[in-house]
Design a binder for this molecule. Structure first.
Ligand code: CIR
Length: 254
């Protein structure tokens, strides 16, 4: 059964880390938007498992950053932001009931938001949160699963998947100027509409339906013709805290 791990929104979410241009998110509205997200994943057939929030970790709803499933193993990350490191163990503990868990050790850092798995290729953003040592440790684990890692330096945005957003295994939406697109070999690239810069995010689901942010209708329209079923959702409060649609879940397809 496809399974989605989610983490509840903390009461302290209004103290989440936000970029300089950001604003604190509204906690009640974030909870309502997170509830809708959970419902849409349930409608798509995912069994939902929810980890309780931890008010000592305002960003804990962004569960994607704490662990990545690669084939038969889960990788418990070591987030680049000190304040987020305590989010990892409750998620790793839950994953350990299902599969082997490998851990990224200091001085390595990696956030799940920097990891984009497309088939056997794993693109990993080198960002303010993910360093070379973290990428090297991650690469060793990926190789053990028959996968190969391609590092992609990221500019201007928090994570690789803030700017290179998969909508399927072969197509990504890219925010122009944030990555060297020649590193995205073999992928079809669609550019985010200039007036929607950083507003588009997506979550491709196992049934080939794709959640997309309501805040980027022109970019979404440019995906018509790909044969995908696109389902808009408003996640304004998640975006206020620099999150997108992938960041609120860890999806496992069997
Ligand atoms: C942070 O700065 O870490 C959070 N406020 C946002 C994390 C978003 N994570 C993601 O997109 N994977």
């Amino acid at each position: 059964m496809p399974t989605a791990l989610l983490r509840e929104v903390a009461d302290t979410f209004d103290r989440a880390i936000v970029s300089e241009s950001g604003r604190p998110p509204d906690v009640a509205l974030a909870r309502a938007q997170h509830g809708r997200y959970k419902d849409l994943l349930g409608d798509a057939g995912y069994v939902i498992e929810v980890v309780a929030a931890d008010n000592a970790h305002p960003d804990c709803v962004f569960i994607e950053d704490t662990a990545v499933v690669l084939g038969e193993v889960a990788v418990a990350t070591r987030p680049g932001a000190d304040a987020r490191r305590g989010e990892v163990e409750p998620v790793a503990g839950l994953l350990e009931t299902r599969m082997a868990v490998s851990r990224i050790e200091a001085p390595g850092t990696i956030d799940g938001g920097d990891v984009m798995v497309l088939g056997d290729t794993v693109y990993v953003g080198r960002s303010a949160r993910t360093n070379d040592d973290g990428i090297a440790q991650f690469d060793a684990i990926a190789r053990s699963q028959g996968m190969s890692v391609k590092p992609v330096p990221v500019r201007e945005v928090l994570h690789l998947k803030s700017a290179v957003i998969p909508v399927s295994n072969t197509t990504v939406v890219v925010t122009p100027g944030t990555v060297d697109e020649s590193l995205l070999t073999g992928l079809r690239i669609i550019h985010e509409a200039p007036h929607e810069r950083h507003a588009f995010s997506a979550l491709p689901m196992w049934n080939e339906n794709v959640l997309v942010t309501e805040s980027a209708p022109a970019t979404t329209e440019s995906l018509n013709g790909l044969g995908l079923t696109l389902i808009p959702i408003d996640v304004s409060e998640i975006q206020a805290a620099d999150g997108g649609l992938t960041c609120m879940s860890i999806l496992m397809s069997d």
